[in-house]
Design a binder for this molecule. Structure first.
Ligand code: ZN
Length: 405
């Protein structure tokens, strides 16, 4: 496939606009970027009036919660934890996880998110975890499935995690596995050691919600002291962490996923983008939960601008190449670099909310674009699923009724 004469927005080594450029896709990868690339024998896509970006990278989403869209917008964090994780989550059956995850993954794709980190802390049984993996695979999104225990009890042990790994993740594919750990902010250090040992045994990256609190005032220092602060960890939120904890994360080469919309709305604490940037921490953006906020990266780039002093181009980096780095996938996705996967989002630059922005497409996209501007999405060079079949909508509706009780 050859996309001709588009406005390309690349993100590496720094965000830049390439007007009137072509982009060649071969074998699922970006094969060339330039002007006037030869078109003979190639499927040509007219890029005139279109903006082409690398697909967005959502570094933290609980995709199973799609069945609860719009139902916790007026709750703070404690209200959300009590209702959703305390009372509603235990009612989720594997099929409810499947419907929510499949619909949520298609929602992500339709808004230009081509890589999503699914923090699936809903593994009451192995069948629940199976449902998450099957749904991610069926959607066609590139995903990091992070196996997670329910927050308030239940769930299988390490043997379930090993079984999921063996059954689903020994080959190649768009979906890879990680461990959604409870971590040092919520569990005693003995339990943390066991989680980290399991992740090491299976070669999994660790994802963990983190904050300074009653279990550990300095959770990052506690990890460091235990010899567990390694580069292959992505911490989530961390709004209450003091500066010296951020410095430790930076020094270790670990990453942080921030969810500026949810953090502002649920009252997690002061926004993190400026502090993380100042400490040089690898940082990505996450939707977190569509029960409270919109599930697209345009609104998150805007939430970043509204809660930080970052430039629009910096917000775009967080949503793409920096997010990829925060998942340990910087070599593979997040920019239009030749050799990377052809994960692409194509916007109609002629839409009413984007027209007139040709002088600065980066600022225009970050301040004004929305999922309705997405014309097409590609994952590994293939057109992505961007619509919800009627049967899935109906099944999701039934799941929502069931889990709400
Ligand atoms: Zn979360």
């Amino acid at each position: 496939m050859l996309i001709q004469n588009a406005t390309l927005i690349d993100t590496a080594p720094a965000p830049r606009v390439l007007p009137g450029h072509d982009l060649l896709v071969e074998d699922g990868r970006i094969a060339a970027v330039g002007r006037g690339l030869p078109s003979a024998g190639r499927t040509v896509v007219d890029g005139t009036g279109r903006i082409v970006l690398p697909g967005f990278v959502d570094t933290h989403r609980h995709t199973w919660l799609t069945a609860l869209r719009g139902s916790t917008a007026d709750m703070d964090l404690m209200g959300y934890l009590d209702l959703v994780l305390g009372r509603i989550a235990p009612r989720f059956r594997p099929d409810d996880v499947f419907h929510g995850t499949l619909a949520g993954a298609i929602e992500a794709l339709a808004s230009g998110v081509t890589t999503v980190q699914d923090y699936a802390h809903i593994a009451y049984t192995k069948a629940h975890a199976d449902a998450s993996v099957r749904a991610l695979r069926e959607s066609g999104v590139r995903a990091v499935f992070a196996y997670g225990q329910p927050v308030f009890g239940g769930g299988g042990g390490p043997d379930d995690v090993r079984a999921i790994h063996t059954e689903h993740f020994t080959g190649d594919g768009l979906v890879t596995m990680a461990l959604a750990a409870s971590g040092p902010s919520y569990s005693p250090m003995d339990a943390v050691r066991a989680e980290w040992a399991l992740a090491e045994e299976l070669g999994l990256r660790v994802y963990a919600h983190v904050g300074s609190g009653p279990v550990a005032e300095h959770p990052i220092e506690a990890l460091r002291a235990a010899g567990l602060l390694t580069p292959d960890i992505t911490f989530v939120h961390g709004n209450s962490l003091p500066d010296n904890e951020l410095a430790l994360i930076s020094a270790a080469g670990a990453a942080v996923s921030i969810c500026p919309a949810v953090e502002a709305r649920m009252g997690h604490g002061a926004p993190m983008a400026d502090r993380l940037t100042a400490h040089g921490v690898t940082t990505g953006l996450g939707v977190d939960v569509v029960s409270t906020v919109a599930g697209d990266m345009f609104s998150l780039m805007r939430a970043t601008l509204q809660t930080s002093g970052l430039a629009a181009a910096d917000a775009l980096r967080l949503a793409t190449v920096d997010g990829a780095a925060a998942l340990g996938m910087a070599h593979h996705v997040g920019s239009l670099t030749v050799g990377k996967a052809a994960d692409l989002v194509v916007l109609r630059a002629t839409d009413p909310n984007l027209v007139g922005g040709e002088h600065d497409p980066i600022e225009t996209v970050v301040t004004s674009a929305h999922p309705g501007n997405v014309e097409s999405v590609f994952v590994a060079g293939k057109p992505a699923r961007t619509t919800i079949p009627a049967e899935l909508a109906e099944a999701l509706h039934d799941s929502a009724n069931h889990v709400r009780g």
